[in-house]
Design a protein around this ligand. Structure first.
Ligand code: ZN
Length: 414
């Protein structure tokens, strides 16, 4: 399976300048090609082929005066930008024709200099891992990288990113074999919620860390300081970085928490069942901020790829399944209960239920039923096969790397 490994990079001043121009050139090629296709579409002309665009907007554009600077960056970066645009169009068309399942994808949009995330993508022709632990990027140089964990195999592609608070990252796509863990007899149903982040069917509770809520006071102050600064001033730019850094901290903490919790659950259980939540719907209610702060979708996605990676079963239970209405002891359907009811007594058998624990047990039984009925666990909520897109690999898991595992590919001495 394909995994994405992410590392922090520390380019020097000259490399930062080279990267800035590479980000810019990739963006210009994307926008030029997108404009050509949009104009052709508006004029009723056929879809412009990428070979024609490559010739016109990359090869020939380099020879014109107004785009001469495209020659300063690696051609691979420019070609990849065009290829990414093709992918964006293909996803859009496949969504229209019904070939692509799930939520509809909009048409590609123009990129802006002010986008919070700037990136370039390279294939193996334009980067390599050096013996001294740096990563060579064509026309940029050798980037210093902190290897927070080992790469399990030689990478097939590289993305260099700059985020909104000015941090640089290199991320590699690596094709690896699944690391199947020894088989267990345990399985778990999981109820995701707001009062507790997750309740497992064995009664374990994972508390809700509420990272955004905790950082809110500071964020408010920083945001207030930002909006008082004059537009276009240096102080405003500084204040913007401060806000971005605080947001990044919240996101980093949340991701770290998700990784730890999901790894623990996947290690402890042979099969994991989760209720398929309508997060985008809940995100439009009064609970929106808390719902997004919890980040259920990211957590469930981690459970899913880690299950695939470690040979575990993962199944989503239909969101129409009444997990909080049914008594998990006798199966009596007690009817809907308002959210504030945390505990209730079954009208048929008299069992006193904790709302979330009961729901988790119901998810467990329903998940077992689905698996026993033989519905493949590799199907996602919409019944579409899970795409083979690269999934983010875990950052620096405690205790790894284990003995007998391959060392970092291509980086001797690490
Ligand atoms: Zn009952």
């Amino acid at each position: 399976m394909q995994l994405r490994y992410n590392y922090r990079a520390y380019p020097d001043a000259a490399q930062r300048r080279a990267l800035a121009s590479a980000f810019g050139c990739a963006r210009v090629v994307w926008n030029d090609c997108l404009r050509d296709r949009k104009q052709a579409h508006a004029a009723g002309l056929p879809y412009v082929k990428s070979a024609a665009l490559s010739r016109l907007r990359i090869t020939q554009a380099k020879r014109t005066e107004e785009r001469a600077w495209l020659a300063d960056v690696s051609a691979v970066v420019l070609q990849q930008s065009l290829r990414d645009l093709d992918t964006a169009y293909r996803n859009f068309f496949d969504g229209l024709s019904g070939k692509r399942q799930g939520r509809k994808v909009g048409p590609p949009r123009y990129k802006s200099k002010k986008d919070t995330r700037q990136s370039i993508r390279l294939n193996t022709n334009a980067f390599c891992l050096r013996g001294d632990g740096t990563v060579y990027v064509a026309k940029v140089g050798n980037l210093a990288v902190t290897w927070s964990r080992r790469l399990p195999a030689a990478p097939t592609s590289l993305t260099v990113t700059k985020d909104s608070c000015g941090r640089y990252f290199v991320s590699f796509v690596v094709d690896t074999e699944p690391d199947v863990l020894p088989e267990l007899q345990t399985d778990a149903g999981i109820d995701l919620g707001l009062s507790a982040f997750a309740v497992l069917s064995d009664g374990r509770k994972i508390g809700s860390p509420r990272f955004l809520r905790r950082a809110e006071k500071k964020l408010k102050r920083l945001q207030r300081e930002l909006c008082r600064k004059a537009k276009g001033s240096k102080n405003r730019a500084k204040a913007r970085i401060k806000v971005a850094r605080q947001h990044a901290r919240v996101a980093d903490r949340r991701r770290d928490f998700h990784h730890k919790a999901s790894t623990q659950i996947i290690r402890d259980n042979q099969a994991v069942y989760v209720e398929d939540l309508a997060v985008s719907g809940l995100g439009r209610t009064r609970l929106a901020k808390s719902v997004h702060d919890a980040g259920w979708s990211a957590f469930v996605a981690m459970l899913q790829y880690k299950a695939a990676l470690h040979g575990r079963t993962f199944t989503k239970v239909d969101r129409a399944f009444p997990s909080s209405q049914v008594c998990s002891t006798c199966g009596f359907r007690d009817g809907p209960k308002p959210l504030h009811v945390r505990e209730w007594t079954c009208g048929a058998c008299g069992t006193v239920h904790d709302r979330d624990h009961n729901a988790a047990r119901n998810v467990l039984f329903e998940g077992r039923r689905i698996v026993a009925a033989g519905r493949a666990e590799t199907l996602n909520a919409c019944g579409a096969p899970v795409r083979r897109a690269p999934v983010p690999a875990q950052r620096g898991e405690a205790g790894s790397p284990r003995k007998g595992q391959p060392t970092q590919a291509g980086i001797p001495g690490l």
